[in-house]
Design a protein around this ligand. Structure first.
Ligand code: H2U
Ligand code: ZN
Length: 348
């Protein structure tokens, strides 16, 4: 029996196989043997020019004017403003389906969009901020959720970092989109976590963390209350999942100590990303937790996804094309290899 397990494990490291993502009920193809293939495709340009502390043309810097002619205050920590080009607005329409003829459906939406500047400094990234400054960002996220949770069903907090991710401005910031509807990714996670809880009477991601703590093959870093793993089912090469070790269904439920430890682990993770390819790592990240209209939401586990787009170096991007668009996601390096690489750059 033991030899079968060892054989399977080796197969996992070297042979093509597929893995199941229980959080969204989808599969990912893993092809570790492909890591040796030559790359003759596109190399991205690395921008390493020195950034200004204050940029007079930046619409996020303190004291500057935004597109709607409003002047930013001379803020000292974080600064939240209404997105001047919001993708979701309150149209005042009823929430009912506008066209419910079966195949062609559309529904009215309601919501609000904001931008959060992480720091008055134009040149910093989250990884370069102090633990206390990162904690201010966490407190801002939580107070935004507190404000929106009575009005809407969902608040998506996300950061697009770097030009490679389509970020329009290097000033450190994230976005907040609140909506009356539950977006697809959150809805899939809701269904899956609920199903798991009904079947096992325990929380999917809490059980998952226990498994990861057992062997630690995919653990990147941890502290007393948080853990970062390259999930067993990761799609992006260096994708990570950051989550509490015990059950927290909502961001608003974490303790003062957990906030402090979250700042610390976030900094460690982001520094290891920056050191991996010796650049300020681009990524998209965002938070998931129980939507506000879910009653008995104990099956939900708070977590953040980090999705860096790079593959094997600072200049080679992973493209989600071809098979990914038409069949299912595929990755080359294994999540275990990615975790082991990132671990090397975690400060001890
Ligand atoms: P990125 O995170 O993708 O760079 O987007 C920044 C947001 O800032 C974007 O959604 C908003 C854009 O609508 N913005 C303003 O709200 N005011 C401005 O003056 C410029 C950009
Ligand atoms: Zn700026």
């Amino acid at each position: 029996m033991k030899s079968v397990i060892v054989y399977n494990y080796l197969m996992f490291l070297s042979q093509p196989h597929r893995r199941y993502n229980p959080l969204i009920n989808e599969w990912v193809l893993v092809s570790p043997q492909r890591t040796k293939r030559p790359w003759q495709g596109k190399y991205e340009k690395i921008q390493k020019e020195k950034k200004l502390i204050y940029d007079p043309s930046c619409y996020m810097c303190p004291g500057n004017i935004r597109a709607n002619r409003e002047k930013n205050p001379r803020y000292k920590n974080t600064f939240v403003f209404r997105n001047d080009f919001p993708p979701i607005v309150d149209t005042g329409q009823k929430e009912s389906i506008i066209n419910n003829s079966g195949i062609l459906q559309a529904a009215a939406i309601k919501g609000e969009c904001r931008v959060v500047c992480f720091s008055p400094r134009h040149d910093l990234t989250l990884s370069e901020m102090t633990d206390d400054q990162i904690q201010d960002v966490i407190l801002t996220w939580i107070s935004q959720i507190e404000e929106f949770k009575h009005k809407y069903n969902w608040v998506q907090i996300f950061e697009n970092k770097g030009e490679l991710m389509g970020c329009s401005n290097p000033h450190p910031h994230c976005q907040i989109w609140a909506s009356n509807f539950i977006p697809n990714e959150v809805s899939k996670e809701d269904i899956q976590q609920k199903k798991y809880f009904e079947k096992n009477d325990s929380v999917l991601l809490v059980d998952y963390v226990k498994k990861e703590l057992d062997k630690k093959e995919r653990v990147v870093t941890e502290n007393y209350s948080w853990i970062v793993v390259v999930p067993f089912w990761a799609i992006w090469p260096y994708e990570t999942l950051l989550l509490p070790k015990t059950n927290r269904s909502q961001f608003t439920l974490i303790s003062a100590e957990e906030k402090r430890e979250l700042a610390e682990i976030t900094k460690n993770l982001l520094l290891s990303y920056d050191r991996l390819f010796n650049i300020s790592m681009p990524y998209s990240m965002g938070w998931h937790f129980a939507p506000f209209n879910v009653k008995n939401n104990g099956y939900w586990q708070l977590h953040a996804h980090y999705y860096p787009p790079l593959l094997r170096s600072a200049t080679v991007k992973k493209f989600m094309v071809g098979y990914e668009m038409l069949a299912q996601p595929q990755r080359d390096i294994t999540p275990e290899q990615a975790a082991s690489e990132l671990r090397k750059y975690i400060k001890s």
